[in-house]
Design a protein around this ligand. Structure first.
Ligand SMILES: O=C[C@H](O)[C@H](O)[C@H](O)COP(=O)(O)O
Length: 230
């Protein structure tokens, strides 16, 4: 998966600190992306040392990595609750509202985050913003794409179909859908935009995570800064 933003060392610190918050017997949501991957690898080492956990992957890639490093996995439908979800973000603000979906995994990520008692974002300082400004990814039913593009324009956004980097054609999600990256400029009210996007027919899920994260572990050059909502 493409690595963005801060240094690998910053991401490693954030991911490993979040893995330390996992307790024996926990069911853990395993996020997607380069930062969450550090948490999954750290959990694998903890399992080697005797930690008893079950991981709930949010994507093909996180499932694959968990299996490689020895974290036992189960699917979301097989469990009743999640103690802690650990996941990355593409941008987040002081209220821990976040834009996710740089890896096109935000639909499952949101289901896991909503099912979790706690969501910890693992990020580097480049993800922090006073106002969310990045494009918001929408997972969209393929047939609904033109209609969704029109609705996004009515909401003041400009959509771009996400294209695959190493083959001709669009990115197809783990669920068989397309991704539209939608630029709304600075997002003054993430909650209002989230509600509007959730009501667009054909949008399977949008990448705005509002009111879901409990903490952000920000890996820095010196350590880890733990941020909570203002
Ligand atoms: O769909 C992917 C996810 O939302 C990722 O958690 C997000 O893109 C952050 O990834 P990374 O830690 O690689 O920047």
């Amino acid at each position: 998966m493409k690595t963005t933003g801060g240094s690998d060392e910053q991401k490693r610190r954030a991911g490993e600190r979040a893995a330390e918050a996992v307790e024996d017997g926990d069911v853990v949501g395993l996020g997607t992306g380069s930062t969450a991957a550090y948490a999954i690898r750290a959990l694998g080492r903890a399992v080697d040392d005797g930690l008893d956990v079950v991981g709930i992957p949010t994507s093909f890639d996180s499932r694959q990595l968990a299996r490689e490093v020895g974290v036992p996995v189960r699917s979301l439908e097989a469990i009743e609750g999640i103690d802690l979800a650990i996941d990355g973000a593409d941008q987040f603000d002081s209220q821990l509202a976040a834009i996710k979906g740089g890896g096109a995994a935000h639909a499952r990520e949101k289901v896991v985050a909503a099912a979790a008692d706690r969501l910890v974002l693992v990020v580097d300082p480049s993800k922090s913003a006073a106002t969310l400004t990045r494009s918001v990814p929408l997972e969209v039913l393929p047939d609904a794409r033109p209609a969704v593009e029109r609705d996004v324009a009515d909401l003041g956004g400009a959509s771009t179909l996400r294209r695959a980097e190493r083959k001709d054609g669009p990115v197809v999600t783990d669920n068989g859908n397309l991704v539209l990256d939608c630029d709304f400029g600075p997002i003054d009210d993430p909650g209002r935009l989230a509600s509007s996007l959730a009501s667009v027919p054909g949008v399977v899920e949008h990448g705005l995570f509002v009111g879901l994260a409990d903490a952000a572990y920000v890996g820095t050059d010196d350590g880890v800064e733990v941020r909570t909502r203002d």
